[in-house]
Design a protein. Structure first.
Length: 144
């Protein structure tokens, strides 16, 4: 099974696109799948045994969705802190996924600022492309 997804942290937090959910679950034994797609109507891998959590983030939203990004980041961090393997994804694994990846690195104290977190996430998953409105959401959540 192709591995087009990536480990964000300690082989316990994984990120990818919707088409990667089956591989993440089968290869990594994922306990929790966080679906960032506003457009989703169910888990991207219908036979999934993992807990499915939907956080409905719009891919082309022009409004700040910082509270939804906070919810998604909190779900990732809470699952990680509970000792679970967690995966998160959007459609292609670039914008929404990149934003949650950067936010997770900040929330866990792995990165010290947004630029560092974005660079770290991109070094792991080069296709990450955080849009300006998504970066603004991170600024609302992580400006100290």
């Amino acid at each position: 099974m192709d591995r087009n997804y990536h480990s964000l942290h300690e082989n316990r937090i994984f990120m990818g696109g919707a088409k990667d959910v089956e591989a993440m679950e089968k290869n990594e034994g994922i306990d929790v799948v966080i679906d960032l797609r506003e457009e989703s109507t169910g888990c991207a891998y219908p036979e999934s045994k993992a807990k499915w959590i939907k956080v409905p983030l719009g891919d082309n939203s022009t409004e700040s969705e910082h509270l939804l990004f906070k919810e998604a980041i909190d779900e990732v961090v809470n699952a990680y802190n509970a000792g679970q393997k967690v995966a998160f994804h959007c459609g292609g694994g670039k914008g929404r996924t990149g934003t949650v990846a950067a936010g997770t690195l900040l929330a866990l104290g792995i990165s010290k600022d947004i630029d560092e977190a974005e660079a770290a996430a991109k070094s792991i998953r080069p296709i990450i492309d955080i849009k300006p409105v998504q970066k603004d959401a991170l600024k609302k959540l992580f400006s100290y």
